[in-house]
Design a protein around this ligand. Structure first.
Ligand code: KIV
Length: 271
């Protein structure tokens, strides 16, 4: 029997209980139907339709170019596959930072048109008004602090964030603000493990890390990175579980050889 038939649907309340029970939360990205179905059947707790789709699906250098329509397309494909996992969708750059009414409209489109379970937004106090307006419409929000890729042009580099005291204190303060506002969880990206542990202890909502050590409530990775489909991205925090890029290349080369040598299709593979 498939996992999704025997286990209940993951909700934000289930995640909260997991934190209380100190059960770690496993989260991965997905952007399409086929991968999302595999992840869901394998028992992943949260699927993030990340704006990293801008990099791994569309080949952009940053997450900035992806549009709300693109995100709705990816999220709709994922939603058609998922039965058990909680599906969180990134609000893309430019759809929530300036005007909280625009932010609410963006979030509503993701919930209505894709059927998503929640949205994720990068930033703390500076986007509080947008977060509060979206929450007031009954839409669950996940925060994202530390290295926030939509701000790459402000940071200028993808190095570890919050290594100095001022940025570390602001990050702890922002995490508490997100919790008080009503966010159901927070992602901490590429910050010192000690600081991430402090945040996870200070807030009651689940804290999911990526490059933030193990003393948090769960982990997230970009699927294409952990499967070894992407090759050029190798930060210290990335554990590669496969070298799928080489395996796919091997299969494609074998297919090319078979076609060119008229080995494929054979007698049994034709009508
Ligand atoms: O877009 C994304 O994949 C993300 C993860 C890196 C957390 O935000």
């Amino acid at each position: 029997m498939e996992l999704e038939a025997t286990f209940p649907k993951i909700t934000t309340h289930v995640l909260q209980e997991m934190k209380l029970k100190q059960e770690k939360i496993a989260m991965l990205t997905a952007y399409d139907f086929s991968m999302a179905r595999i992840l869901d059947q394998a028992g992943i707790d949260i699927i993030l339709v990340g704006d990293s789709a801008s990099n791994v699906m569309a080949g952009h250098k940053t997450t900035l170019p992806i549009t709300l329509n693109d995100m709705i397309y990816h999220a709709s494909s994922v939603m058609r596959a998922v039965k058990r996992a909680l599906v969180v969708v990134d609000l893309p750059f430019g759809t929530y930072q300036g005007d909280s009414k625009v932010a609410l409209q963006s979030a509503i489109r993701i919930m209505k048109e894709a059927g998503a379970n929640a949205v994720k937004m990068e930033g703390g106090e500076e986007i509080l008004e947008s977060i509060e307006r979206i929450l007031s419409a009954g839409i669950p929000v996940m925060g994202h602090l530390g290295l926030t890729p939509q701000s790459i042009h402000k940071f200028g580099t993808y190095v570890v964030r919050a290594t100095d005291e001022d940025e570390a204190r602001k990050l702890v303060h922002d995490a508490q603000i997100l919790e008080e506002a009503g966010c159901f969880g927070i992602i901490l990206e590429k910050i010192p493990a000690r600081l991430a542990a402090e945040v996870a202890q200070k807030v009651r909502i689940p804290v999911i890390g990526i490059g933030a050590g193990h003393e948090v409530d769960g982990q997230v990775l970009v699927l294409h990175d952990m499967l070894g489909i992407t090759q050029e991205f190798s930060p210290r925090f990335l554990r590669r579980y496969h070298n799928l890029s080489e395996e796919i290349k091997g299969s494609v080369k074998a297919y090319i050889t078979d076609v060119k040598s008229i080995d494929f299709p054979n007698e049994r593979e034709q009508y």
